[in-house]
Design a protein around this ligand. Structure first.
Ligand code: NDP
Length: 460
């Protein structure tokens, strides 16, 4: 007769083999999609203990199903520039998983957008959205259109053309896009206008991240940055620490970064650095938010402008050098793979205590290992930056009830959501024998709900 220990061992071996086999197939079938493969690896590695404990997920081939998008749309976006020339970009929407609700996830406009980038973001979004506790599935989209240097008219013509194709595939109960890199309230507003015109109906809940005057939620702009800081506040508390008195470095200077800086500063931290894709600012007195907002939100200028108003601050070209600045808390809030192993080692050597991912997949797998092996508090993106999509779901709720909430109400619900995500991730990590590893905890907590919903809906 098999002992309990032996049975457990066999289940573990089976789970490891299953994960290995499915991962090999993912690599073969998506050979050139490096970002997507990286995102899948991170999730799959976390799931072995769950699959060992609950063989039903193996019997139901859940991993094979969950890595295959329900739908991947790729389309031509033609538009006319200010010189009367026709330009062509490529648009994407990945509708990855609708087991727990309509597809939900942002649109990114950046020259680096490819099918691989959209798929990695859409895949992560499945688990992130599940973690929020809201009924939203996973999706993502965007275009290789570069908004930098484009006039307002060009942005409008591009976004209208983008929506002229996308509107057929979305809807308040089908797929609800939002913003991401290069897409803010202005772009969402133009897309909403075009959707309304084509659809012939005012369906406010078809897009989130709208301006407050067109059905947007208060505190949506702040949500991702604030949420990341709320999440990291809980992590710091677990070691008797707080933001008060800490030195913080935040990469990027866009939507997520600005509001992460705002909340961390409000909680007593000194944020000494931020960046853009050209370089970084180091201001040891603390980044002046009014100046930053004036440069970035109002003017859309380069971060190098900062030193004109604050000559004591230093500007260094090449944003990746930002991780050489000693800090207690690092918040990567710019883009994927911005912290590689060398930067992670540098942060650790300089005494970093906590790293919270405001951006999506900003740390490489090697960088994550470096943090975890050195017992650094590490808040993974799926959990730490889920505040943005959580408030997007609140925006959908306000749109369907036609009752707007106050800033304070939204902020309080956001705070509570981030605390719940933290606690659920901690609990899942502990239950499966990986205490303090929130990468594993967040992946498991996000996965179980989606996998069970997929099983409940049969093989579809
Ligand atoms: P923004 O467009 O507002 O800002 C992006 C910032 O990151 C800019 O400072 C930009 O610099 C910098 N950046 C972008 N791409 C690169 C690159 N390839 N190399 C170096 N710097 C770069 O975007 P968001 O703040 O909305 O998004 C930032 C991150 O947060 C992304 O990973 C996004 O997916 C993630 N996120 C965003 C959410 C949201 O609600 N907005 C929700 C959850 C996650 P520059 O101006 O020079 O390009």
């Amino acid at each position: 007769m098999m002992t309990l220990e032996k049975t457990k061992h066999t289940h573990l071996q089976k789970a490891e083999e299953y994960v290995r086999d499915v991962f090999e197939t993912v690599k073969e079938r998506n050979a050139h999609e490096t970002e997507f493969i990286q995102a899948v690896k991170e999730v799959f590695d976390s799931l072995v203990p769950v699959l060992a404990k609950h063989p039903k997920y193996i019997e139901q081939n859940i991993l094979e199903r969950i890595v295959e998008p329900e739908r991947l749309l790729s389309f031509r976006v033609s538009w006319v520039d200010d010189h009367g020339k026709v330009q062509v970009n490529r648009g994407y929407r990945v509708q990855f998983n609708s087991a727990i609700g309509p597809y939900k996830g942002g649109l990114r406009f950046h020259p680096t957008v490819t099918a691989s980038v959209v798929k990695f973001l859409g895949f992560e979004q499945i688990f992130k959205n599940s973690l929020t506790g809201q009924p939203i599935g996973g999706g993502k989209g965007g275009s290789d259109f570069d908004p930098k240097g484009k006039s307002d008219g060009e942005i409008m013509r591009f976004t209208q053309s983008f929506m002229t194709e996308l509107w057929k595939h979305i809807g308040p109960d089908v797929d609800v896009p939002a913003g991401d890199i290069g897409v803010g309230a202005r772009e969402i507003g133009y897309m909403f206008g075009q959707y309304k015109k084509l659809k012939g109906a005012y369906e406010a809940g078809v897009l989130t991240g709208k301006g407050v005057g067109v059905g947007g939620s208060l505190a949506r702009t702040e949500a991702t940055g604030y949420g990341t800081v709320y999440f990291m506040e809980e992590m710091l508390k677990s070691r008797g620490l707080s933001f008060d008195g800490q030195t913080v470095v935040v990469s990027g200077s866009g939507n997520v970064s600005i509001y992460a800086i705002e909340k961390a500063t409000e909680l007593g931290a000194t944020v000494v650095a931020c960046s853009d894709s050209d370089g970084y600012i180091y201001d040891k007195e603390g980044i002046n938010l009014d100046t930053l907002k004036k440069i970035k939100e109002a003017g859309n200028e380069r971060i190098s402008e900062y030193v004109k108003e604050h000559p004591h601050a230093e500007y260094t070209e090449d944003g990746s050098g930002i991780w050489s600045i000693p800090c207690d808390v690092a918040l990567p809030c710019a883009t994927q793979n911005e912290i590689g192993e060398p930067s992670a080692k540098l942060l650790v050597a300089n005494g970093v205590k906590a790293v919270g991912e405001g951006a999506n997949m900003p740390s490489t797998l090697e960088a994550i290992d470096t943090f975890l092996n050195n017992d650094i508090l590490f808040g993974p993106a799926k959990a730490a930056n889920a505040g943005g999509v959580a408030v997007s779901a609140f925006e959908m709720a306000q749109n369907s009830s036609r009752v707007p909430w106050t800033f304070e109400e939204v902020d309080a619900k956001l705070h509570e959501t981030m605390k719940n995500i933290y606690q659920n991730s901690v609990n899942a990590a502990e239950e499966y024998g990986f205490a303090n590893n929130l990468v594993v905890g967040a992946n498991i907590a996000g996965f179980i709900k989606v996998a069970d919903a997929m099983i409940a809906q049969g093989v579809i």
